[in-house]
Design a protein around this ligand. Structure first.
Ligand code: NAD
Length: 472
């Protein structure tokens, strides 16, 4: 069993009274490691370190900051196999997905490193001949990050990359289910020579205490959160006290729209990839699959075939814990009781660990639980439709607004429907959603702020306006 600690000001710390929490393998339930369970005091110490490191980090030449970030990306890439194994042990996803995530996480860092050189300000025409207006980008300051367990490495680098590029320093709290991947990321940054205090890692099993401590600290100028809408809402409320900047990447309830002119087999293959990735535990996971009646039969057959080709425990991991498994069961049982049919899967597997098989439900109606709440599991609910004009309103009928998927060969329909969909991201005919150059993020109850692209870096910048009189 490993031991893991907090990284504060460049040194590894235990909680003073030795308090620790245990991390478990969701595939077996076995204890994997004991991790320092940081309380308010260590959290404040981490903010001290981030505040002390801020002046020199923000003043460092952009190309030097970029070089350190590139080195950290190289360290992560070099350790992708090792970190992947750690991630698979504590999160459950297959090793191929874990190592791919570490590499993708490094790509986010690299992209942000390049963006460091392009933190341009601007000049604006003044109010008169003797007036100049300049905009100067400045880092927001000390940032607190809170990340979820479903993508334990890339969720961290998607915050760290742009924050460090902007010249901010960071105190990050990983999810209590996956602190070991976060420790491995921190080790990579340390090996890369990042100055002490620029990135501080504070594992804890008491997330509310961490949030309370950083929210109460006026030195923390921004909180960047990825997780559930419920917790995000509470953090937004608390941020009002000190008027902190917030970025909140929250839950989703993604619709898929497969129109009659789409290739149903290609669409089904892409839906299977998006749906069963990470056992359906992704905020972008398709939650409602609207398929036009004309293509429903070949689409459904191809999706079932893909689902049945997946072997749980080999190609797909377990859910994160017993509560997640119970939620998936509740959603499927509700759908079956309401008249839906499980074409494959539909019940938990008779084996240890939180495994649920890839499941395809037919005959689903909009009022079922699967259509209203985020399932966060490997369940694809198919809803057939006839009314091409009405389906967009049905897709929009959710408080969430993160991702929508659209399948059509008709350019006019692509543009018309994409504009009507009330989501932060629309993937058309299988376009990838989270490359580093794209601004990932939602609207409505899915949150605000963007991660990735130049907009992602802008989330960590303030623009100071200089009004200059020439005094002639
Ligand atoms: P969660 O909100 O319970 O946990 C996420 C993080 O918040 C963890 O670090 C957790 O320790 C912390 N947290 C929990 N309670 C807290 C509190 N009271 N104060 C401060 N922090 C607290 O979410 P979860 O269920 O573990 O994660 C899955 C959710 O995350 C899903 O809703 C999913 O859609 C969402 N998610 C969104 C995105 C996105 O980019 N929009 C990406 C991944 C996951």
């Amino acid at each position: 069993m490993r031991r893991a600690e907090a990284l504060i000001g460049g040194t590894w710390h235990e909680e003073q009274d030795g308090t620790r929490f245990t991390v478990h393998d969701p595939a077996t339930g076995a204890a994997l490691a004991e991790v320092a369970d940081c309380g308010a005091e260590l959290t404040r110490l981490a903010v001290d370190a981030a505040a002390a490191a801020l002046p020199s980090w923000r003043a460092m030449a952009a190309h030097e900051r970029a070089e350190l970030m590139r080195r950290a990306a190289a360290e992560l890439t070099e350790r992708a196999g090792l970190i992947g194994e750690i991630m698979t042990a504590e999160q459950g996803k297959p090793l191929a997905e874990s190592t791919a995530e570490v590499r993708a996480g490094a790509e986010h860092l690299l992209w942000a490193a390049e963006e460091t050189r392009r933190l341009y300000g601007s000049t604006v025409p003044g109010a008169g001949a003797d007036h100049r207006v300049w905009l100067l980008p400045e880092p927001v300051g000390v940032v607190a990050g809170i990340t979820p367990w479903n993508f334990p490495v890339s969720m961290i680098t998607r915050k760290l990359g742009p924050a460090l590029a902007a010249g901010c320093t960071v105190v990050l709290k990983p999810a209590e289910q996956t602190p070991l991947s976060a420790v491995a990321v921190a080790e990579a940054f340390t090996a890369a020579g990042l100055p002490p205090g620029v990135f501080n890692l504070v594992p804890t099993s008491r997330p509310a205490l961490f949030a309370e401590t950083v929210m109460a600290d006026p030195r923390v100028r921004k909180v960047s959160f990825t997780g559930s809408t419920e917790v995000g809402r509470e953090l937004i409320r608390r941020s009002a006290q000190d008027v902190k900047r917030m970025s909140v990447e929250l839950g989703g309830h993604a619709p898929v729209l497969v129109f009659p002119d789409a290739d149903p087999v290609a669409a089904a293959a892409a839906v299977a990839r998006a749906k069963f990735l990470n056992a359906g535990q992704a905020c972008t996971s398709p939650n409602r699959v609207f398929v036009h009646r004309d293509v429903a039969a070949p689409f459904t057959a191809a999706l079932v075939e893909r689902a049945e080709a997946i072997t749980p425990g080999v190609d797909m991991g377990p859910l994160i814990d017993a509560a997640a498994l119970a939620k998936v069961e509740r959603h499927v049982e509700d759908a079956l009781a309401g008249g839906a049919t499980a074409l494959t899967g539909g019940h938990r597997l008779d084996r240890p660990g939180a495994f649920y098989p890839p499941t395809v439900l037919a005959g689903v109606r909009d009022n079922m639980l699967v259509c209203r709440e985020e399932t966060f599991g490997p369940v694809a609910p198919i809803i057939e439709f006839d009314d091409v004009d009405g389906v967009v309103a049905r897709a929009n009928a959710t408080p969430y607004g993160l991702t929508a998927y659209l399948w059509t060969a008709d350019l006019n329909r692509t543009l018309r429907v994409a504009e009507e969909l009330e989501f932060g991201m629309v993937a058309v005919n299988g376009g990838p959603l989270a490359p580093p150059q794209a601004p990932f993020g939602g609207i409505k109850n899915s949150g605000y702020g963007r991660e990735g692209g130049s907009l992602g870096v802008a989330d960590y910048l303030d623009y100071k306006y200089l009004s200059v009189g020439l005094g002639r």
